[in-house]
Design a protein around this ligand. Structure first.
Ligand code: I3S
Length: 128
């Protein structure tokens, strides 16, 4: 997906730059720290890496591992309520492991696409 000029082969492969922060980790509230992350949806995993160089030039190379990965199986996704963030277009993602993330993009179409893909991925992998 990141380096391929072709469209992704399956709807569950997707990548792009999103603003991301954890709000809960293993059930414990953590301080928000919004960062711009290169985000890749791969099967039932969502991978994040800090933007390096920005835009789509970023790749997961040998010296640049994903910062963190979340397992979407058994998770849930919804549009975040206003009290979660003052930003526009914020998705709230909860994992079965008790991690909650906020995912945001200023661009409507971008965040709507991610929302759809995440919902689809979670429902596809619901019974694993
Ligand atoms: O939910 P909060 O605490 O209002 O979130 C804001 C803070 O995390 C703030 O950082 P400080 O830790 O320095 O207060 C961030 O800069 C803001 O972006 C957070 O709010 P938004 O509404 O942007 O998610």
């Amino acid at each position: 997906c990141p380096s391929s000029p072709k469209p992704p082969t399956t709807p569950s492969e997707k990548c792009g730059v999103l603003n991301v922060t954890k709000i809960t980790e293993n059930g414990k509230k953590v301080r928000k720290n919004w960062t711009s992350s290169w985000t890749v949806l791969q099967g039932s995993s969502l991978l994040f890496a800090k933007g390096q160089g920005g835009g789509t030039s970023w790749k997961f190379g040998s010296n640049s591992k994903p910062e963190f990965t979340v397992d979407l199986r058994g998770g849930s996704v919804e549009w975040a309520s206003k009290d979660k963030s003052s930003k526009k277009h914020v998705i709230e993602l909860k994992t079965r492991q008790g991690t909650e993330l906020l995912i945001q993009s200023e661009i409507d179409s971008v965040i709507n696409d991610w929302y759809r893909s995440l919902v689809e991925t979670i429902s596809t992998h619901a019974w694993e």
